[in-house]
Structures are given as structure tokens and as C-alpha cells.
Design a protein around this ligand. Structure first.
Ligand code: ZN
Length: 377
């Protein structure tokens, strides 16, 4: 099997880029882009290296986004081969990151190489936004690069994220949005005392139990065509001194909203506070927004991606907003249409992560077709 996409994917898989390490992956990609005439900007934040590469200065701006970091291998002995020594067995390329998402990165680079070799003139800008901080806390990666681009007034028109979106065959699912994730840490203040003197205590467990029951039974919205309803889940609860005869003085609970585009962060915060106040609870909530919800309900990028998948792969793609969060949450707010399209995700984050070798070239061909539709008109 001879494939420049496969070769590049294997070169990237040899690098043990455990999040937030990049382990030299960006340098490999940057060298390829530099010889194509890209302007390279490394944008390190904290321990994380990021790359913003552009070819062109005019709009529209097409951006490939992705990450070089990978999740831990888990039990290395459970793998059929060393997770950082890429190996091909029965038509599949094995290695940590094969599907999530070094295969996509290789396909992006070779797609651009072929696209430019046909006709180096096109309308607009091709860019890549790559980070090594997606799988971890994602504090110094795409979010910071977008801040920097926003400060410069740099627009992104279309952003194709190479996350492994496909379910059973390449192209069967593309993601056109993700739910938001909002975390809350609730502190309830009561009055500690002896269990035998209920008049002299304020039991924070009793107060919180009633309020959390109401919050967990609340219908926050009914979802929409693209999203299930917003959900509220309590993930942690802690109170008590360990003694059986003491009412504790405080309680801490943690909860999470997975929310759709029918609710805003402000709505959810306000309605949560209303419930707690109605129960007369002395409390404080620390909020942490992990990612806002986003949705690309239509537009030129979704049309082009769908048309290319039909044309190159002969597959009719479904749109989905499922799954966890992705870096798309940071990119959409800059005003870009954001679509995620990449390999089959059946083995991501598992032992024996793999990608079909044939899918690497097919993905690259589809990426190239998308570039042609959008930038050659
Ligand atoms: Zn990923």
C-alpha cells in the first residue's frame, strides 16, 4: 500500500504526544506547509504549542482545525502492538491517535498539497489552526489562539474540524454543533449542632435535598430539531462530619448542565438561583463554563461538506450534535461556520485505536473536494 497520507499519519503516530505534549508533530506538519508557501506562526501559551498557518490574506478564510495530542494509552499490554509504533494489520492502521486525530491531520496536509498542485491560484485563504491541548484541560490551545486572532481582527469564514465524526462508515455522520457544558459548585451554609436539638440547627442536607430534587425535575427547555432537551445532573455531593449525632454546618454539591441552543448560560444560572432562593437557602454557586453550545444549522460549508461526501464517498451524511465537547465550541463564536468531519470513531480513546488505511486516502480526497467547492467557486 502506497499512500502519502498513510506515510504522514504513521510519522505522526510515532510521536508519543500525550496531552498536552506535541512531541514534534507540529514541526513535521509545519515543514510540509512551509514548502507549500504557508506563513507559519507558532503561538505558544503556557506549556502548549499551537500553530496558525495561512496561505493567502483575503477572505473567505477556510480553516482546517485539529489537535496533535492524544489521550493516554491505558493498559499498554492490552494493545496488539505498541501504541506508539504504528502497525498495519488487515487493512487497519493501529496506534494511539490513529482515528483521533492524526489520520485527519495527515489527510488535511495531503489534501492541500494536491489542491495546490493543480492550480495554486484560488480565491481567499487556506489556514490551519492546530493545537496540542484539546484532550486535556484545553486552556492554552484553541481558546487562546482564537483570542489572539480575534484581537487582530482575523476572521474565519469556514472551519472544518477533523474530529472523528463517522459512526460505521466514513462520511455517514458529520457534526454541525455540540451541546454546551456548564458546571456549578454549590455551597450550602447551615448551622451545625446536635441531632437531638433540631430547633438549634439548620440542616444543609435537608435544604439541598429539596432544592436539588426540584432542579433535577425541572424541564429547562424541550430541545429543538437538532438537539435533545437540556439536562441537569448532580455529579458530587459531600456533607457530614462522620459522626452520627452531628448535623453538619455546610454542604457542597457539584452539578452539570449539558445544554442546547434553546437555553443560554444566563437563563440557566438565573433559573437555578430562583429555585435555591425559593427554598430559602443560604448558598453560593461558583460557575464554570466549559463550553458554550454551538450550531451550524446550514450554510455554504455544510452544503459543500455534504456534497463532497456524496460525490467522493457515495454516502449520504447525517448531521449530528451528539458527543462531548470539542474545540468547535471555541471557534464558532468568532463567527465561523463550523463542521466536524473525520474518520470512524468506534475505537477512539480505547485500546487498539485504529483507522482503516483506505479511509485515509478517501478522507484526504474528500477534504480536497471540499476545498475545491469552496475556494474555486
Ligand atoms: Zn479529538
Amino acid at each position: 500500500m502506497n499512500s502519502t497520507t498513510l506515510d504522514l499519519a504513521m510519522a505522526l503516530l510515532e510521536r508519543p504526544s500525550l496531552t498536552p505534549e506535541d512531541a514534534g508533530c507540529l514541526d513535521i506538519i509545519a515543514a510540509r506547509l512551509e514548502s507549500l508557501g504557508f506563513n507559519l506562526e507558532f503561538l505558544p501559551f503556557g506549556p502548549v504549542n499551537n500553530l496558525w498557518a495561512t496561505r493567502g490574506t483575503t477572505e473567505p478564510v477556510f480553516t482546517f482545525a485539529g489537535h496533535t495530542d492524544v489521550v493516554p494509552v491505558g493498559d499498554a499490554r492490552a494493545w496488539g502492538s505498541d501504541p506508539f509504533v504504528p502497525e498495519i494489520r488487515e487493512g487497519y492502521l493501529y496506534g494511539r491517535g490513529a482515528a483521533d486525530m492524526k489520520g485527519s491531520l495527515a489527510a488535511m496536509v495531503t489534501a492541500i498539497e494536491r489542491f495546490l498542485s493543480q492550480d495554486a491560484d484560488y480565491g481567499g485563504t487556506i489556514s490551519l489552526l492546530l493545537t496540542s491541548d484539546e484532550e486535556g484541560i484545553a486552556a492554552d490551545g484553541t481558546v487562546k489562539v482564537i483570542e489572539e486572532l480575534r484581537a487582530r481582527g482575523q476572521n474565519i469564514t469556514w472551519c472544518l474540524v477533523g474530529e472523528p465524526s463517522s459512526r460505521t462508515r466514513l462520511g455517514d455522520v458529520v457534526r454541525n454543533g455540540r451541546r454546551g457544558s456548564l458546571n456549578g459548585r454549590l455551597m450550602v451554609h447551615g448551622v451545625q449542632g446536635h441531632v437531638a436539638y433540631p430547633a438549634q440547627v439548620v440542616n444543609p442536607i435537608h435544604l439541598a435535598a429539596q432544592a436539588l430534587a426540584e432542579l433535577s425535575n425541572t424541564q429547562w427547555d424541550t430541545g429543538n430539531e437538532f438537539y435533545p432537551p437540556t439536562s441537569f445532573q448532580v455529579s458530587n455531593i459531600a456533607a457530614g462530619t462522620g459522626a452520627e449525632n452531628v448535623v453538619p454546618g455546610s454542604l457542597e454539591a457539584r452539578f452539570n448542565f449539558r445544554f442546547c441552543t434553546e437555553s443560554t448560560v444566563e437563563d440557566l444560572q438565573r433559573r437555578t438561583k430562583t429555585v435555591l432562593d425559593a427554598h430559602n437557602i443560604d448558598h453560593r454557586i461558583d460557575w464554570h463554563l466549559s463550553g458554550d453550545a454551538f450550531l451550524t444549522a446550514g450554510g455554504e460549508l455544510l452544503s459543500a461538506v455534504s456534497a463532497s461526501i456524496r460525490h467522493v464517498l457515495d454516502v449520504d451524511p447525517q448531521t449530528s450534535t451528539g458527543g462531548g465537547t470539542s474545540d468547535g465550541r471555541f471557534i464558532a463564536p468568532i463567527g465561523a461556520e463550523v463542521i466536524e468531519f473525520g474518520p470512524v470513531n468506534a475505537t477512539i480513546h480505547k485500546v487498539n485505536e485504529c483507522v482503516a488505511t483506505a479511509d485515509l486516502d478517501r478522507l484526504s480526497a474528500t477534504y480536497e473536494d471540499i476545498l475545491s467547492r469552496l475556494l474555486r467557486g
